[in-house]
Ligand binder design. Structure first.
Ligand code: PMP
Length: 318
């Protein structure tokens, strides 16, 4: 078939898209949840956000780093005492099958979700039924990755691990992110940066944070109530291995943000997003920094399947 004869690509509608729910592939319109579903009332669920990148030249769709995401889902489920019925490998396979059924030819977001699905009142974790779903949808940029974004330090503090498990990706905990994000947007900023209860920098509303000072790449440590991001690990690896930079995990003070040479946020959704202003202080010269841009280039080359040595980070769909 020539290019002209090929039918134009059209993503499935949400209603018709294939999902995975409690062991079966179904269309979105055929999955129904009851009004009393436990997780809807009490936030008793955990989830992941995974991306797949379309490579037009190779006519291939690459799912990025599925194993670490599904491993984190297992950890989150363990903390919430949710029984996940599948191994990492089985969840990878189910995801690939959904992608094929939906026949995507563009960038996609993948949302696995494990949750307490009993339809009853009573806040607790034990003695409840669990469900597991995977939903997917076409997805572009979540925040700007080119010009750089303007951030404010939130008046909301990051949830403390002893109040709710910060390293677990728990649905209910996202009220913390939502409060910070809306406050930032309504105050005219693109993103929020949240501090720990002690006043150290934790992360963005849905991104991990890095600063660069005198050529050293610094990010808050795992005990600063961050979500232990998959992209954060990737940034540390690329900075060390490809850029030959020193990477340090340690606490960061608020005022260090203002004097940093570079600040950037990273996450599966956000990708690599340069921060050019924090609390009305220009970062560096007010443009995306060289280290940030270098990491961004390496990241996009890798996720699009253009780096031979790192093809093992990707699962091709077709
Ligand atoms: N922190 C929070 C609160 C997030 O929601 C995310 C996005 N999952 C991240 C950090 C970045 O994590 P990852 O790189 O695994 O997407």
């Amino acid at each position: 078939m020539t290019a002209e004869q090929k039918p134009a690509y059209k993503a499935p509608t949400q209603a018709e898209s294939w999902v995975y729910f409690n062991g079966e592939f179904k269309q979105y319109k055929d999955v129904h949840l009851g009004l009393m579903t436990h997780a809807l009332h009490y936030g008793t669920g955990c989830f992941e956000g995974i991306r797949a990148y379309w490579n037009e030249n190779q006519q291939q769709l690459f799912c990025l780093l599925m194993e670490p995401h599904f491993k984190r889902l297992h950890n989150s489920a363990k903390i919430l005492r949710i029984e996940l019925p599948h191994t990492v490998e089985q969840m990878v396979e189910a995801t690939l099958e959904i992608m094929r059924r939906n026949a995507y030819r563009e960038d996609v977001y993948i949302r696995p979700l494990a949750f307490k699905s009993s339809e009853e009142i009573g806040v607790r974790l034990h003695g409840l039924q669990d469900s597991f779903a995977i939903y997917t949808a076409p997805f572009g940029n979540y925040v700007d990755v080119d010009a750089g974004i303007r951030c404010m330090v939130s008046s909301w503090r990051r949830v403390d691990d002893n109040a709710a498990p910060a390293r677990a990706k728990v649905t209910g905990i996202y009220i913390n992110s939502a409060l910070a994000k809306t406050e930032a947007n309504e105050n005219g900023f693109d993103e929020a940066i949240v501090l720990t209860q002690e006043g150290h920098v934790s992360e963005g509303s849905a991104e991990n944070l890095f600063i660069v000072r005198d050529g050293v790449v610094i990010t808050p440590s795992a005990s600063d109530n961050i979500l232990e991001g998959v992209t954060r690990n990737v940034m540390m690896q690329l900075a060390r291995e490809d850029l030959g930079l020193t990477v340090v995990e340690r606490s960061i003070d608020r005022s260090e943000l203002y004097v940093a040479d570079e600040v950037f946020l990273c996450g599966t959704g956000a990708q690599v997003s340069p921060v050019i202003e924090v609390d009305h202080r220009q970062i560096g010269d007010g443009k995306p920094g060289v280290v940030t841009q270098g990491l961004q280039r390496l990241y996009f080359d890798t996720v699009k399947g253009r780096v031979e040595e790192r093809l093992d980070w990707l699962h091709p769909v077709y």
